[in-house]
Structure formats: structure tokens, C-alpha cells
Write a protein of this length. Structure first.
Length: 408
């Protein structure tokens, strides 16, 4: 009888969690090992900056599976452990505590870590980051008592934390080096609208402004900005982006460039080694470019795709990308992939905060954003999945049914 194979997944986030589920669902009956650096089993991260932070959702609701699931499915879940080295010659994964696990196939889903600021006072108590469940719990307790909050960075984490802090009644100042919030994701035009939204909700949004120092006696009491302003605060939250967790792979032979370089099947340059989720820089065969995407749906779907590839059942991973963000009473939904240089066409009333924005490049629809327009986003997704020629005039006209355009 042939010896059962061992499939190892390192990284117990969303991509890794969905990958091990898929291995079992697709009939793999060998050994499955899931390694996670956090003490918790796989969970969803999007609620951390919203419901969990505001204590509006029970923690138990964010886990992918009940605790007993992993035993029932004979998945060896090893929490609180990290990978320290990869021996690809002998196919051994070496862990931080010195153990090694031999693998027949390996999926790397280590995700990304929050970027840290390197300024005086950065290690003061009261300076927070938000990437893990433990950090969300700590920040949530602190926000419940805080009256003055400074948020450094106006990307999605910063914007969502700012919205949550305002909903909890705190005075909020946001510092952003770029000229508009959410610029990298949404571009200048829509980013400017979100700046207006935050200011309407009472946020003191300071653009083109960074930090030079955190100050306080024993804990943070004020932030000194790059222009020399002093902002008193009870706590600060730093959200300046993330970086893929690949340092432990240096010297392994895996090609690294803005994450782990993989093909459209999630395969690395080394045999039997794959990558998925925030850490994967993959070739999108439809868009014909490389992408590394840090959003929920991509992590979930790419984890599934990578597991199927490991089993010899995978297709090329070429999704129409999707992400969302809840801020105040507004739900932003985005499909496709655009850049800050694309043309933007609006449909609906921007002032009422219920509108669509279409991103076009060289006359081709690249992406669509909707604020409180879920049905229209579904139609836009179909337009992007099965591209048809569509004019800016039709996109802007509320009388033109997007569903009919998509059905052509």
C-alpha cells in the first residue's frame, strides 16, 4: 500500500483555512497540516475594523469553522507556530520551535504583516496597529474609553477605524501623506469624495500630513505631525499598509518579488510548492498582468483554487476581483481592477452618497464602484466577466439598464 501523502499549509488565515477545507471536500484523504502563527483558528479579518471593534458582533461569529471541525476532518491545526525556514531540497518545513515537517506538497498562505512606523515614541503604550484578532480586542477596549483618537493613514484600515471611532463618539483626526484618502485603491476622483464623507461625519482629515513623533509620559499623549503641529490624543492607530510575509523564505530558491511569484495556477517556480492570498503575486491571464491583492474574496477564492491545483483539479485563476468597505452608513463595493490614471464616469447622485463610478481605460470598462448600489454592482460584475462594448454615455444614463447591457 502506498504511503499517504502529507499536504502542509503554512498560514492559518482565510486563504489557508479555505484551502484545507477544500482538500477534504475534494476527497484528499492523506495527512493535512495547517500551521498558524496566531493562537486562534482561522477567522475573517474584515469585521476586525468594524463590528468587532465596536463590540457589535460576538467574536465566535468570525471564525470560519467551529473548533471541533478540525478534529472531525483530521486536520492537524498547529496554532502559535511560525515557519522559520524552508528546505526545498529535502521538502522540509522548519518551524520556529525547531520542529520540522516533511511535506509532499506545500501551500504558503502566510499573508501580510502591518507596516510599522519608525519614529520616536512608536513603542509607547497607546500606539496601536490592527491586523490580528488580539490587536482588535486590545484596540476595542481602548476605543471604548478614548475621547480623542489620531489615525495615521487613510487607506481602508485607517478609514474604517476612523469611522468606527466616530460612531463610538470619539473626536478623530486622520493624517494622510497622500492628497486624498484611499487614493491607491479608488483613485483621485473617488478618493476626494470619501474625504468629503469623512469630513461631513466630523473627522478632522489632514492631507499631505505625516507624523514625526509620538509623545507622552508613560503612554501616548500627543502626536507631532510632519509639519510641526501637536495633536493631543488618548490613543493612536497606525494603518499605513501591509507587506507580504516572505522574509523567512530568503535563500529558499522561491522567486520573490512583491510577495511570492506564482503562475495562474498558484504554482511557484519550485515543484510542489504553491502560494495563495495576500502573499501571492500571481499572473492574471485575462488582465495580462501580475497582481497581489489584499482583499477578503481574493484570499478565500485563491485558497480554494490553490488547493484544487495541488490535487490536479485546478483551472487558471482569473477572477473578476471584488472587495467592499463599510464606513458609517455607507457600503462601498468594487469590482474589477483599475488604476488611478483611468477615466471615471458617474451614474447617480454623488451628493446623496448613492452612486456608481465606472473606471475606463482606452474606452474599455476596467472596474466599477458602487456606494449603496448592490444590484447595479452585480450587473457591472457581469459586464466585466463577459466584456461587451459599452459607451460612457450608456454607463452614465440611469435609464439604461445595466443588466440588459450585460446580457447582450
Amino acid at each position: 500500500m502506498a504511503k499517504a501523502e502529507t499536504y502542509v499549509v503554512v498560514g492559518a488565515g482565510l486563504a489557508g483555512g479555505r484551502a484545507v477545507e477544500t482538500l477534504r471536500q475534494e476527497g484528499f484523504d492523506g495527512r493535512v497540516v495547517l500551521i498558524g502563527s496566531e493562537p486562534d483558528r482561522p477567522y475573517e479579518r474584515p469585521p476586525l475594523s468594524k463590528d468587532v471593534l465596536r463590540n457589535e458582533r460576538p467574536i465566535e461569529k468570525i471564525f470560519l469553522r467551529p473548533a471541533e471541525y478540525y478534529d472531525e476532518e483530521q486536520i492537524e491545526l498547529r496554532t502559535g507556530q511560525t515557519a522559520s525556514r524552508l528546505d526545498t531540497r529535502n521538502r522540509d518545513l522548519i518551524l520556529n520551535l525547531g520542529q520540522s515537517i516533511h511535506y509532499d506538497k506545500l501551500l504558503i498562505a502566510t499573508g501580510a504583516a502591518a507596516r510599522r512606523v519608525n519614529v520616536p515614541g512608536a513603542d509607547l503604550p497607546g500606539v496601536h496597529y490592527l491586523r490580528t484578532l488580539a490587536e482588535a480586542r486590545e484596540l476595542g477596549r481602548a476605543l471604548g474609553k478614548a475621547r480623542r483618537v489620531v489615525v495615521v493613514g487613510a487607506g481602508f484600515i485607517g478609514a474604517e477605524v476612523a469611522a468606527s471611532a466616530r460612531l463610538l463618539g470619539a473626536d478623530v483626526t486622520v493624517l494622510e501623506l497622500l492628497p486624498v484618502p484611499l487614493q491607491r485603491a479608488l483613485g483621485d476622483t473617488v478618493g476626494k469624495i470619501y474625504g468629503e464623507i469623512h469630513r461631513e461625519r466630523g473627522v478632522d482629515l489632514r492631507l499631505g500630513e505625516g507624523i514625526s513623533e509620538f509623545r507622552g509620559q508613560g503612554r501616548i499623549e500627543e502626536v507631532v505631525t510632519s509639519s510641526g503641529n501637536h495633536i493631543a490624543c488618548d490613543l493612536a492607530v497606525v494603518g499605513i499598509g501591509v507587506q507580504p510575509d516572505v522574509g523567512w523564505l530568503e535563500g529558499s530558491g522561491i522567486t520573490l518579488a512583491n510577495g511570492i511569484v506564482v503562475d495562474e495556477h498558484c504554482a511557484t517556480n519550485l515543484p510542489n510548492v504553491y502560494a495563495a492570498g495576500d502573499v501571492a503575486n500571481w499572473w492574471h491571464p485575462t488582465l495580462e498582468e501580475r497582481l497581489r491583492v489584499e482583499h477578503y474574496e481574493n484570499a478565500q477564492n485563491q485558497g480554494v483554487a490553490a488547493a484544487k491545483t495541488m490535487l490536479g483539479k485546478g483551472d487558471a485563476y482569473a477572477p473578476v476581483l471584488y472587495f467592499w468597505s463599510d464606513q458609517y452608513d455607507l457600503t462601498l463595493q468594487y469590482v474589477g481592477h483599475a488604476s488611478g490614471q483611468d477615466d471615471v464616469v458617474f451614474r447617480g447622485d454623488v451628493a446623496s452618497r448613492r452612486f456608481l463610478a465606472f473606471y475606463l481605460r482606452d474606452g474599455r470598462l476596467r472596474a466599477a464602484l458602487g456606494v449603496n448600489r448592490p444590484k447595479d454592482i452585480s450587473a457591472a460584475r457581469r459586464l466585466l466577466r463577459n466584456p461587451v462594448s459599452v459607451s460612457p454615455t450608456d454607463l452614465a444614463d440611469e435609464q439604461v439598464d445595466l443588466r440588459k447591457l450585460a446580457a447582450r
